[in-house]
Design a binder for this molecule. Structure first.
Ligand code: GDP
Length: 298
């Protein structure tokens, strides 16, 4: 909990301070709602989530007959908690042998780093992991993954050149031969301006299903929290192309845009499996809605 607060320091600094000032005292009136609206918008919650939260807060105020601004804090925490609670659906990897996790995202989102952190996380739960170096777009990604695998004694399947789908197909066969529990498949990143180029990654998904009829068991999109509201359009594009089953939101520690989680919850509530709050190996953690609300507003 402490670590999460520290990780969310930038969003807390901005949103938390502004809210604390707002809740500082006085009567609840229209000015306060207007100010609350602009505070939520500047934390990158987006118009839809902000309108939704304001409506919920007003309802709570009316229902409970609240008068004092200090009572708005509880109302807002309740409304935000309700909004983002559906995103809290921890990833269960028991249903596949191996359980295949396909990982997508634009370049620089933190895809490769998150795969390393996830491998560690699953190992700590007693699962065996194999990595597929399917990011053939960024030459360094393969080296990064292989070096990481060597350091941590995790098998990495990679190919010189070759295409993403072929590498991942091989990796699934290798995982089956070795009785591995979880395959983490990196895929070719793309530039944010190339979001329309989804054919290659769709093919990766089809090829995974050829290697393992139930797979992929999880299609994860890795998002950089720094992009704020643009995350919503990335989620939409990838979801329409691949049918996402989970999200990873990285770099929450480096941004004041942590409110984007509310925007995702309102517009496309895909389970937020993990959040990244630092560069360390343990800085990727399962998303817990209540902890998040408590860390933001206290
Ligand atoms: P990829 O292109 O999507 O594979 O991106 P990388 O995994 O190479 O990550 C890009 C940069 O983001 C690296 O410098 C990572 O260390 C950094 N990074 C990833 N996740 C986090 C995070 O949660 N917090 C911080 N501060 N940095 C992160």
């Amino acid at each position: 909990q402490y670590k999460l607060k520290a990780g969310l320091a930038k969003t807390r600094d901005k949103l938390g301070k502004e809210l604390a000032a707002l809740f500082g005292g006085g009567q609840i009136d229209e000015d306060i709602y207007e100010e609350l609206e602009s505070i939520l918008l500047t934390a990158d919650m987006g118009v839809d989530a902000t309108n939704h939260l304001l409506k919920q807060v007003r309802e709570r105020v009316t229902l409970a007959g609240l008068k004092d601004a200090s009572e708005l804090k509880g109302a807002l925490k309740g409304a935000l908690g309700d909004l983002i609670a559906p995103l809290e659906r921890p990833l269960n990897t028991d249903s596949g042998a191996p359980f295949i996790i396909m990982v997508a995202g634009v370049n620089g989102a933190g895809k490769t780093t998150s795969i390393g952190k996830l491998a560690k996380y699953f190992q700590s739960q007693g699962k065996s992991v194999l990595l597929a170096a399917g990011d053939t777009f960024r030459a360094a990604a393969r080296e990064q993954l292989m070096a990481w695998g060597e350091r941590n004694n995790v098998v990495v399947i990679a190919q010189d050149g070759g295409d993403s789908a072929a590498v991942i197909f091989d990796a699934i066969q290798a995982a089956k031969a070795r009785n591995i529990d979880i395959v983490l498949a990196d895929t070719a990143g793309r530039l944010p301006t190339q979001l329309h180029l989804m054919e290659e990654i769709k093919k990766v998904k089809r090829v995974i299903a050829k290697a393992e009829p139930d797979g992929p068991h999880e299609v994860l999109l890795v998002l950089d929290a720094n992009i704020g509201q643009n995350a919503l359009s990335q989620v939409k594009v990838f979801d329409e192309a691949l049918g996402l089953t989970g999200l990873v939101l990285t770099k929450l520690d480096g941004t004041a845009k942590g409110g984007v989680i509310a925007g995702i919850a309102k517009t496309r509530p895909i389970p937020l499996r993990f959040i990244g709050v630092g560069e360390g190996i343990d800085d990727l953690r399962p998303f817990v809605a209540k902890d998040y609300v408590d860390a933001l507003i206290d």
